[in-house]
Ligand binder design. Structure first.
Ligand SMILES: [Zn+2]
Length: 447
């Protein structure tokens, strides 16, 4: 129970051993998909690639075609539910999830029993490091649907041996009452919903910092790792330690949080990852920002090789926590589909969010509106001053925010106050970016 690692042997494996294991697994995976997945066989044949051609990790990165979500969705739509992306008979599928479809049609995700066990375990490395143990009780503040994030957390809780309480379809007040009555110790929610719950509790006269919750754990949107100001708010509001996992529904809960708190570690037992320059398709050096490209070993039903995450990350190969697994500093810094260049400077979403979070007179609800002005990307920050700020001071706040961003990021953004509680609130997938640029400019940096 006092152990620092969930699995010391694998989490601290020397790099050379990890790489040898990756090569062995990637070679086996290439043979597997070539034999079982009509989708990948076609892609390999089109690239004149045979599984035996992969002799090094470099071969794998360079020769195995890059794949993207839209290809999988197109194939599934033509032949539902899974089409030629399925690598096994459909009767072996024990669980079906879907992506939320926020960027278009949802992607169907099939899992075998084996996939669900490995996917669930991915969460545990971060939970264990935070201090969660089999004696804890999980509370899920979420209405269950086909969202992989919460199902996989459930698979993790079962694997650790914790008790599980589902909040189901309760409203926010209902969740708070259930927590006070059932006394769970771990809160599972999106980070913004944890803050929303704390605010509603306060209106109800309930101080959740004195509740039974010892840990909060988050996924689904940028949370305490990407946004230190948000960590501070959540930990203070709940009197708890906040953790975060970076996952992608169709891939894996692939990057559990580092106990140091400033990044997430790629679970290298389940995934092989590298960073690609989205402009050139070439690998970027350690410490440079690039798109995270993922190959998962835990999707035997619908394999994903050299899969585009569209997440911009900064990769480091060492960490003071002792893990040898690659670390993504600050988790996700931005998205390739929302990459913004204002007068020659790349502006990353979380960099702006962190600066907004440092201003105490501004609420946690804000929007970054992208437009096109005179052949340039432009970003406007719409923010809500908190209720206690006199409307006379809203313009001063806007100036303060604009100066703060200018000083830190060397770009001048328009900052626009809107009345308190006017921007939308979300239970899942808070929409921060409102892209109003003409379509041809939106994914200009995608290949
Ligand atoms: Zn670490």
């Amino acid at each position: 129970m006092e152990a620092k690692f969930w699995n010391r042997h694998t989490e601290t494996m020397p790099r050379a051993k990890l790489d040898a294991l990756h090569l062995h697994r990637l070679q086996a995976l290439c043979h597997y998909v070539y034999e079982r997945s009509p989708f990948f066989r076609k892609k390999f044949d089109a690239a004149r690639l045979k599984p035996g051609d992969i002799r090094t990790l470099e071969d794998f990165k360079r020769k195995v075609p890059i794949t993207d979500k839209s290809e999988f969705i197109d194939q599934q739509l033509a032949n539902p539910p899974y089409g030629p992306t399925l690598a096994m008979p459909e009767e072996l599928i024990v669980h079906h999830c879907e992506t939320s479809g926020t960027t278009g049609k949802p992607l169907a995700i099939p899992y075998t029993m084996y996939d669900t066990v490995r996917y669930g375990e991915s969460w545990i490395y971060g939970m264990w490091a935070l201090g969660i143990r089999p004696t804890d009780t999980f509370y899920f503040a979420f209405g269950w649907g086909n969202f992989a994030g919460f199902w996989s957390t459930y698979w993790a809780a079962r694997r650790i041996g914790c008790r599980v309480i589902s909040g189901g379809g309760l409203d926010t007040k209902g969740h708070i009452n259930a927590i006070m009555r059932m006394k769970p110790t771990v809160l599972i929610s999106t980070p913004t919903f944890a803050l929303r719950m704390a605010a509603v509790a306060s209106e109800m006269g309930v101080d959740v910092s004195k509740s039974s919750i010892k840990f909060t754990y988050h996924a689904g949107e940028p949370g305490p790792t990407a946004l230190p100001a948000m960590r501070e708010q959540i930990e203070r509001a709940w009197g708890a330690r906040a953790g975060e996992l970076l996952g992608i529904a169709e891939v894996d809960a692939f990057a559990p949080g580092c106990p140091v708190g400033d990044g997430v570690h790629v679970n290298e037992m389940n995934n092989f990852t590298w960073s690609m320059d989205p402009n050139t398709g070439k690998e970027v050096a350690e410490g440079e920002i690039g798109e995270n490209i993922i190959t998962s070993y835990s999707n035997s039903a619908q394999p994903l090789l050299n899969y585009r995450s569209h997440d911009l990350v900064r990769r480091r190969m060492s960490c003071s926590c002792g893990r040898t697994w690659a670390k993504l500093e600050g988790a996700v810094l931005g998205r390739t589909d929302f990459m913004v260049t204002v007068r020659g400077t790349n502006v990353y979403q979380t960099a702006v969010e962190n600066l907004i979070g440092e201003i105490p007179e501004v609420s946690n609800s804000y929007e970054l509106v992208l437009t096109r002005e005179e052949d340039n990307d432009a970003m406007t920050v719409k923010f809500e001053p908190v209720r206690t700020v006199n409307p006379d001071r809203w313009d001063d706040l806007a100036r303060l925010m604009s100066d703060k961003i200018h000083k830190a990021l060397h770009v001048r953004l328009k900052c626009e106050p809107v009345p308190p509680d006017t921007l939308p609130r979300y239970e899942l997938k808070t929409k921060r970016i409102i892209d109003q640029r003409p379509k041809e400019f939106r994914r200009a940096l995608d290949r």
